[in-house]
Design a protein. Structure first.
Length: 104
């Protein structure tokens, strides 16, 4: 199996378009109770032999701040580093899990 990046991009754009156009959701308010999440380091995430990976804490607010700084840099012609997707992924998951509950 291959990951088709162009197809993945189409899916993400279409899903976000649906959230905005059909569900009417354009923003999410993060509060302290929703900020933190569990994450596993990349070296351990794909190692199924390790039954007890170390769990770290991620922050949606930190991810959001990083994404906003990246967007600001893009506005000045600086392309994002592909690794920035590490910060976008938790935000996309939050949107996916909460889009139906929020109407703006």
């Amino acid at each position: 199996m291959q990951i088709e990046v162009d197809e993945l991009k189409k899916l993400i754009v279409a899903a976000l378009d649906h959230v905005v156009a059909d569900l009417g959701v354009t923003t999410f308010q993060l509060d302290g109770s929703e900020d933190f999440y569990w994450e596993v380091a990349a070296a351990e995430m794909w190692d199924m032999q390790n039954a007890s990976p170390k769990i770290h804490v991620g922050s949606l607010m930190d991810d959001c701040e990083f994404a906003m700084r990246t967007a600001a840099a893009m506005a000045h012609g600086i392309p994002p580093d592909p690794y920035s997707l590490i910060h976008v992924a938790p935000l996309l998951r939050f949107v996916a899990e909460n889009a139906g509950a929020v109407r703006s």
